[in-house]
Design a binder for this molecule. Structure first.
Ligand code: SF4
Length: 401
């Protein structure tokens, strides 16, 4: 059962009373409409059961996110409307989609009441509100804002809210959104103006998206936005390489001061202009998340991470940290003497375990791999790159000869 079906069933069974006028097909359609809008990277990278398994972020209706203080919260994830006048070639909500579906839109009060009812029933802790642009981005953005304002001001809802900024939204609407939401995001989708022309001929990459990101960045210096600005990239729809995506994301982190970039691997959808394009493997998304992590959390230099890409600019289906280590670590690392930065480059050792090693060896020399394992090192990955108390793994010796 999908999350959104569960919500509808709960409502149907009278276990929460959202509204007398509640239309379950609408709740279902607008929940399902968000399934390619990613606001968390919590699903397994293994394609274990295909879309629809437990924990799959491709499900619409509910998702999880992390608040600024680190809590993981469940969010009611919905579109305001699944009607859209843009023609994004991959999107089932777009005006160009040949598969006709019923179009729905909430009223602000209706959406506020459903969110509240779900919150009071302890099914959710917050709201992720995205949308098609309907016929006009200003009108739809205004209604989305009205719903969020009702939640905040009329119903005094203090839960977490992630609010989408629609492409082309006015600066006043952006400012208003930032005064109400914890996090705002505008979907970048691709790496350049020319790729955007292929992906969505109706979107103006520079003015409707990049300029809006800059507005959010500049306003967030004056208006508090607790969980910051994020964005989303569609991976592999129009032939952009992983390296181009990575480089664009580095720009986004540095210049736009984004908190996170989310990656959504391209999946062809019936009726769209891209329905016959090849589905991209889920591992591609996962490898991009790993390079993102190396840049954002490990603080590895961009040039060093780029060692992981092949000559054509793609990541192999291999942990990028392992790929970099194999090309750069030419002698084993001694955990008793290595600097923090050296330890951090060993696969299986992260920032936390590197710090623990440095603390632990201050008291006593590390002589066994199991001592490293107790400090959180993933020893099976790390051992080929280590020399512990004079002992080297045979795998490493094979590489050196
Ligand atoms: S803007 Fe593009 S991706 Fe967003 S709902 Fe409209 S058609 Fe879909």
């Amino acid at each position: 059962m999908t999350a959104i079906e569960k919500i509808s069933n709960l409502a149907d069974g009278g276990r929460f009373d959202a509204s007398d006028r509640m239309d379950y097909s609408k709740v279902d359609a607008l929940g399902q409409g968000t399934k390619y809008d990613i606001c968390a990277s919590t699903a397994s990278s293994r394609d274990v059961s295909g879309a629809g398994g437990i924990g799959d972020v491709l499900r619409g209706g509910l998702c999880h996110s992390f608040t600024p203080d680190g809590r993981c919260v469940s969010l009611f994830k919905t579109l305001y409307t699944n009607s859209c006048s843009h023609q994004c070639n991959y999107c089932p909500n777009g005006a160009g989609c040949q598969k006709k579906t019923t179009k729905y839109a909430y009223e602000p009060e209706e959406l506020a009441q459903i969110t509240l009812a779900l919150y009071k029933g302890n099914y959710i802790e917050g709201l992720f509100l995205s949308s098609g642009i309907g016929g006009n981005e200003d009108v739809t953005q205004e209604k989305m804002l009205e719903a969020v304002e009702l939640l905040r001001k009329k119903y005094l809802f203090n839960g977490y809210i992630h609010l989408k900024i629609l492409p082309g939204a006015s600066d006043d609407h952006i400012k208003h959104a930032m005064s109400l939401a914890d996090r705002v995001s505008i979907n970048l989708e691709t790496v350049s103006e020319s790729y955007m022309k292929e992906l969505s001929p109706t979107k103006d990459y520079r003015n409707d998206i990049l300029q809006k990101q800059r507005t959010i960045r500049d306003l967030s210096r004056k208006t508090r936005l607790p969980a910051g600005q994020t964005t989303q990239m569609v991976v592999g729809a129009v032939g952009e390489t992983d390296k181009e995506i990575f480089q664009r994301c580095v720009y986004e982190y540095n210049e736009m001061q984004l908190k996170r970039v989310y990656y959504s691997v391209f999946t062809p959808i019936e009726g769209t202009a891209f329905q016959n394009l090849e589905k991209q493997p889920l591992w591609r998304e996962h490898r991009l998340y790993q390079t993102d992590w190396l840049y954002r959390v490990y603080n590895l230099p961009r040039k060093e991470i780029e060692i992981a890409f092949d000559d054509a600019g793609f990541l192999p289906d291999m942990d990028p940290k392992m790929a970099i280590a194999r090309q750069t670590l030419d002698s084993p690392v001694d955990p008793n003497t290595a600097e923090y930065d050296e330890l951090l480059r060993v696969p299986g050792i992260g920032p936390v375990s590197a710090e623990r090693i440095i603390l632990a060896r201050g008291n006593k020399k590390i002589t066994k791999s199991r001592e490293l394992a107790a400090l959180g090192v993933r020893i099976n990955r790390a051992k080929a790159f280590l020399e512990i108390n004079g002992w080297r793994d045979a795998t490493l010796m094979r590489w050196l000869t």
